[in-house]
Design a protein around this ligand. Structure first.
Ligand code: NZQ
Ligand code: ZN
Length: 392
């Protein structure tokens, strides 16, 4: 187990009607003039946005708005937000939405106090030294950005989808999590979110460290809880208990609780981010395609953790089988869960990418992540090409 510091100062306010408290929470965290960031139309349509504005007004807080954030958010809205905050003298950013909205809000928070181009942080040309405070009203459990210090943005001009991590500065001050807000999610978004949170756990589980019992068991337990609740939310979108478990699991999956003292991998996310950047696919659905392909490769070349996952989480009986066989059986069960329970695509074709430009995907992947890259297993372009092919 590695040395670590774990700093997760976000106040989580979880449960029914908690979104009514957002004004007083903003005030408590020192807000005076709030930039409210939101997405396309879901928060408007549900009435959530009006309730948020009313709650801010009730506390005597001013606000300005930045709406229209699209899934797989791009740099344009970040520049717009930075300019707006500076012009309007906002001192606090409130994201009302999912990962795309929250990540845009975080990038704005990092960009405002910085003299240069905010994209410098994403290409490692500069490190974040200061940031405006950010807070969240979560409407889709998936990315886990409500508890993470990460943000992922796509540079439109170059189609680079890259992330930043600033554990001390970009973790939200508070995150309001009302599972009732997720009742309106379409099945596709619910399912993609579940695949994403499972992937966040798996990226951590694929660790080569010794003596990480607590991390492994937290990962396995959270995966099992998600897989218990998933059929219920798919069958009944208004099942509060199941929605609540899924919502909290999405946070637990990604605020680092499950990976203290462990080297994390994140290779499969990098592999998927190239798909989102080039084909604008839904992130979680892209992971439902790429994770089984990635684990299929690992079953042959480095099966240890895939085998363990198969036995402990997917209930594969190991008797009389090789490690590779056990691992592959686990991957087949995971794939069946994505396909049969979540109704997600499990091949690139099913994802709508009939003729993937694998050469470009591989080239951009290694340009962005290095050659080789990966912690669980060192990935060269030959290997990542094979992994993309395994997803066809
Ligand atoms: O735009 P609106 O109309 O709000 O619709 C959204 C959007 O179309 C809809 N939606 C959200 N809440 C809803 C709802 N529809 C009905 N009812 C509701 N309550 O859902 C769609 C997807 O929203 P988005 O924010 O894109 O989803 P998600 O939370 O999955 O975020 C995905 C983004 O997060 C990044 C991904 O790469 C992707 O860009 N990630 C961020 C991470 C982080 N910051 O730590 C880690 C992740 O691995 C991930 O990479
Ligand atoms: Zn993800």
């Amino acid at each position: 187990m590695n040395n670590f510091t774990f700093y997760s100062p976000t106040e989580f306010v979880f449960g029914k009607e908690t979104d009514n408290n957002v004004g007083s929470l903003c005030r408590r965290y020192g807000a005076k003039r709030v930039l409210v960031v939101y997405g396309g139309q879901s928060a408007k349509k549900s009435g959530l946005l009006d309730r948020v504005f009313a709650s801010l007004k009730a506390e005597g807080l001013d606000y300005v708005e930045l709406g229209g954030i699209q899934p797989n958010p791009t740099d344009g809205k970040v520049y717009e937000g930075i300019e707006l905050v500076r012009k309007e003298n906002a001192d606090f950013v409130l994201a009302v939405g999912g990962g795309s909205v929250i990540d845009t809000a975080k990038a704005i928070c990092a960009g405002v106090p910085y003299d240069g181009d905010f994209w410098d942080f994403f290409i490692c040309k500069a490190t974040i030294q200061a940031a405006l405070p950010v807070a969240v009203v979560l409407t889709i459990p998936a990315a886990g950005s409500e508890g993470s210090g990460n943000a992922v943005i796509t540079r439109e001009a170059t189609l680079q989808k890259l992330g930043i991590k600033a554990k001390m500065l970009l973790r939200p001050k508070f995150a309001v999590m009302n599972p009732e807000l997720t009742f309106t999610l379409p099945a596709w978004q619910t399912a993609s979110g579940i695949a994403d949170m499972m992937a966040h756990i798996l990226e951590r589980y694929l660790s080569n460290n010794a003596d990480i019992f607590i991390g492994e068991r937290l990962c396995e337990g959270t995966l099992l809880a998600i897989m218990d609740a998933a059929p219920r939310v798919m069958a009944n979108p208004c099942d509060y208990g199941a929605r609540a478990n899924i919502m909290w699991s999405g946070m637990v999956a990604h605020n680092d609780t499950c990976s203290c003292g462990m080297d994390e991998d994140w290779s499969c996310h990098a592999i998927e981010h190239e798909l989102s950047a080039l084909y604008n696919v839904t992130h979680g659905a892209g992971l439902a395609v790429m994770f089984p392909a990635f684990l299929t490769y690992m079953a042959k070349h480095h099966p240890a953790k895939v085998r363990q996952l198969a036995v402990r989480v997917f209930g594969v009986s190991p008797e009389g089988k090789t490690d590779e066989q056990i691992a592959l059986e686990g991957v087949a069960r995971m794939k069946a869960f994505f396909k049969d329970v979540l109704q997600l695509p499990v091949t690139l074709g099913e994802l709508g990418i009939e003729n993937p430009d694998i050469a470009t995907l591989v080239c951009k992947l290694h340009e962005n992540k290095g050659n080789p890259f990966g912690f669980y297993y060192s990935l060269t372009p030959e290997i990542t090409e094979e992994i993309y092919r395994l997803a066809m």
